[in-house]
Design a protein around this ligand. Structure first.
Ligand code: F6P
Length: 547
């Protein structure tokens, strides 16, 4: 007897139910129920979610909730919040909720309350960021800091970069923020070209402090700074580190006093709430960062306590699963009609795909159903003029989340009305489509009729909020974090490890010396890789340094 959820009676019931729903167009679902919008919308934590434009009925939701019960979601939520080692393959808790535990209730890991350490690091972040912002913290030559460069990758980059971008309206007027992640020298090279070493602060962000890309970029930054300022002593005034690995920070040549700590129970893609948020704090100030934490905490409480039928992460998680497993939807789009959220899809790509892109259950059994959809997206209106063609008339079912800010950061005449009307127009058109009969009426001749017909029936969620404040942003991010948890539990997989990134790293470590050596290679990979290696070696150019 298999333990897989797909072998349960409720899964079979959902399959049968899907056969009933599949031929029904969303138009019909609306026509059948004048209360559909009221019935399938919910308001919580400053967010309004309209999920009525989904291919579901009240029966669908009942069945999906039974699936969550079958997966023992409620027990798992309790385990997550009480600090159990829910990350079983690494034997770790996943306590991003402790980082924003504004109630300060004790949360125990191995019998020890983690809150005093969390609060101590938050205090240190406040002191440091205040001194940089006030101009008390000076560079080696006595000048105030003007540029803050975060060097990190993955979770040590995407979350902080996204939040810093999103909260630009809250930035300190003197400070400019930069994020270096790519190991291609062009990334750091282009940024360093713009900077004055006397007024630049580098934040080296790496949970492990072993990540190749980050360490190489950090070395290049250090070299650049000491070359320009002519003294190694300048490092202490221009470099701070954020890490769980104090010994490695010291080994790198940095003063541990300039290190901000976090812990192994913080996953990389869940780490922006920890000291990894330092580049955010320096730009927006600790008071605003605390509002970000408040927003996430509010959503945490909602997730922990709201009944499944009114629970935003549960609803989004189950609706997403409905399409992945029962409609064969293999991707999901995130479409913010809020330019400040330009980097939100990129952050969600790591958060969701690194968490759920797995093929075995937490016990190591191969699943026989799809897990993570491919996540993609771009800010609304831009996307309309690029890939929405596929959403409207392509062959894929692409469930999409529309995120709509009622107010923009800039009140320019006419702009926000254009944003809002386009967002509404898109979800309406995706849902309704245009029948051949309706199309005929709009055309002069019938010649291009099939090209002008829109099938509609594309499902969307619409999430509305007043304005992107730190608080609302915290709520939004936490919403997707918990949606990931819901899906991980229903699929029986561990959303907190990422073994899939290891193999590439290992192979790169054998290819690097082979690429650098002048001798014939004695490591064999495969004929293609060996052939490409030879070709690259034959065409290499010499290393250039920063001038
Ligand atoms: O390679 C993937 C990964 O391990 C991510 O999970 C992580 O966010 C990123 O690398 C960066 O790791 P670190 O913070 O240890 O440098």
């Amino acid at each position: 007897m298999s333990n897989l959820i797909s072998h349960s009676a409720i899964w079979a019931a959902l399959k049968t139910h899907q056969a009933y729903i599949a031929p029904i167009h969303l138009r019909e679902l609306f026509a059948l129920d004048s209360q559909r919008f009221e019935r399938f919308s919910v308001k919580a934590c400053g967010l309004f979610l309209d999920y009525s434009k989904n291919r579901l009925t009240a029966d669908t939701l009942d069945l999906l909730q039974q699936l969550a019960v079958e997966a023992r979601l409620q027990d798992w939520i309790v385990r997550l919040f009480q600090g159990d080692k829910v990350n079983n393959t690494e034997q770790r808790a996943a306590l991003h909720i402790a980082l924003r535990n504004r109630s300060n209730r004790p949360i125990l890991v191995d019998g020890k309350d983690v809150m005093p350490d969390v609060n101590a690091v938050l205090d240190k972040m406040r002191q440091f960021s205040d001194s940089v912002r006030d101009g008390e913290w000076r560079g080696y030559t006595g000048k105030k800091i003007q540029s803050v460069v975060n060097i990190g990758i993955g979770g040590s980059d995407l979350g902080p970069a996204m939040v810093t971008r999103a909260l630009k309206a809250y930035h300190h007027p003197r400070l400019r923020s930069y994020f270096v992640s790519n190991v291609d020298g062009t990334h750091i090279g282009e940024i360093l070209d713009e900077l004055d070493p006397e007024t630049t602060l580098f934040i080296i962000a790496s949970k492990t402090f072993t990540t190749q890309e980050t360490l190489l970029n950090a070395q290049s930054a250090r070299q650049w700074l000491t070359d320009k300022l002519g003294n190694d002593k300048a490092i202490a005034k221009h470099f701070v580190a954020v890490s769980t690995a104090k010994d490695k920070v010291i080994e790198f040549g940095m003063d541990p006093a300039n290190m901000f700590e976090f812990w192994d129970w913080v996953g990389g893609r869940y780490s922006l709430w920890s000291a990894i948020g330092l580049p955010i704090v320096v730009m927006i100030g600790m008071d605003n960062f605390e509002k970000l934490l408040d927003g996430a905490h509010q959503l945490d409480q909602h997730f922990e306590t709201a009944p499944f039928k009114k629970n935003l992460p549960v609803l989004l998680g189950l609706i997403g699963l409905w399409y992945s497993n029962f409609f064969g939807a293999n991707s999901q789009a995130v479409l913010p009609y809020d330019y400040s959220l330009s980097l939100f899809p990129a952050h969600l790509q790591q958060l969701i795909m690194e968490s759920l892109g797995k093929r075995v259950t937490r016990d190591g059994d191969r699943v026989d159903y799809s897990t993570c959809p491919i996540i993609w997206g771009a800010p609304g209106n831009n996307g309309q003029h690029a890939f929405y063609q596929l959403l409207h008339q392509g062959t894929h079912c692409v469930p999409a989340d529309f995120l709509i800010a009622i107010e923009s950061q800039y009140q320019l005449a006419g702009h926000q009305d254009a944003v809002l009307s386009n967002a509404l127009a898109q979800t309406h058109a995706l849902m309704m489509g245009r029948t051949p009969e309706e199309t005929k009426q709009a055309l002069v001749s019938n010649e291009s009729l099939p090209h002008r017909v829109f099938p509609g029936n594309q499902p969307t969620n619409t999430l509305v909020y007043q304005k992107l404040t730190p608080q609302i942003l915290g709520t939004l991010i936490a919403l997707y974090e918990h949606k990931v948890f819901v899906q991980g539990i229903c699929w029986g997989i561990n959303p907190f490890d990422q073994w899939g990134v290891e193999l590439g790293k290992q192979v790169a470590s054998t290819l690097l010396p082979a690429l650098q050596s002048n001798e014939a290679d004695n490591v064999e990979h495969d004929l293609s890789t060996d052939g490409l290696l030879k070709y690259l070696k034959a065409h290499r150019y010499s290393v250039t340094r920063f001038s």
